[in-house]
Design a protein around this ligand. Structure first.
Ligand SMILES: [Mn+2]
Length: 292
């Protein structure tokens, strides 16, 4: 959602399409996607049935990333600029849609002879699709995920500038280069197991490039999804009123309070506050209190 908003806020003229796996998403989530994407394309999830190499990276969570192969089957599109959902746009990279190359990507910061598969400009075709599918079925991928597999297939890739897939969350950072090229960055990619939505809005030190980019991601989220400011006092008031409500309504009140105060990512925060200071919740309710 943040990715789509960041592209639109930066004036993209491209049609925005989201790939999704119906088996793993709730209908409400799919409907939410519909509000920002022009088109949704359901795809089957493709798991790696021999995932041993994933453990080399300690990333068993990447087990179904072979699903990206489905991109090459979408021959209804001539060009696709694929962008991972953990990317945020600083400007719209529309020019990538008119590249001559069959396949283009930016170097991976951990091994720059390989490309990072979080941003790819490609032309769907069944030849590549079946070749990639065959590799996937045999579990051929040096890292057990899509990136290893795709790098084994596309050996002569057209190199895109790192500004199209800048990865500030990597362990190694070349800060002087970041400062030098900062104004030309198109896409920021939050690689690794930690994602902006699992991290707080503000992380110290605030001036570090990574933490500023994290705050930028949250800025877009808040601009589009955080309701107008609600004070913590108002939230606590709401919780107090539900103090003696039946369990189910209490649960609802906690979620409602989370949503009001923290936005969608804050669900654990209110729960944490309640665990730390249960009196807030046990306070004798007003006689007239109605569960909300
Ligand atoms: Mn990614």
């Amino acid at each position: 959602m943040v990715l789509a908003h960041s592209l639109r806020d930066n004036g993209t003229k491209a049609k925005l399409v989201a790939l999704f796996t119906p088996s793993t998403l709730q209908e409400a989530t799919v409907n939410e996607l519909r509000t920002v994407y022009d088109e949704l394309v359901p795809v089957h999830s493709i798991a790696n049935s021999t995932p041993a190499n994933l453990w080399l990276m300690d990333r068993p969570d990447l087990i179904t990333t072979f699903t990206k192969i489905e991109l090459w089957r979408l021959t209804q599109y001539r060009h696709i600029v694929y962008i991972d959902c953990d990317v945020v746009a600083m400007r719209a990279p529309d020019e990538l849609l008119s590249l001559e190359a069959n396949f283009a990507a930016a170097p991976d910061v951990g091994w720059p002879d390989c490309f990072n598969s979080g941003v790819m400009a490609l032309r769907p075709n069944l030849q590549d699709y079946y070749a990639l599918k065959a590799l996937a079925e045999r579990g051929i991928s040096f890292d057990g995920a899509d990136q290893g597999l795709l790098n084994m297939h596309f050996k002569n890739w057209h190199r895109l500038s790192f500004t199209y897939n800048c990865t500030p969350s990597a362990n190694y950072q070349y800060i002087p280069a970041y400062k030098h090229f900062q104004s030309t960055i198109s896409l920021i990619h939050f690689i690794g197991a930690q994602k902006p939505w699992t991290l707080p809005r503000q992380v110290a030190p605030l001036e570090s490039p990574y933490n500023q980019l994290l705050a930028h991601w949250w800025g877009i989220y808040d601009k589009h999804y955080r309701p107008p400011f609600v004070s913590l006092a108002a939230v606590m008031c709401l919780l107090r009123r539900c103090g003696q409500a039946p369990d189910q309504s209490r649960e609802l009140a906690v979620l409602q309070a989370d949503l009001l105060y923290f936005g969608m990512s804050g669900q654990s925060h209110i729960r944490f506050i309640l665990q730390m200071s249960p009196p807030v919740f046990i306070t004798k309710p007003l006689e007239t209190a109605q569960p909300r």
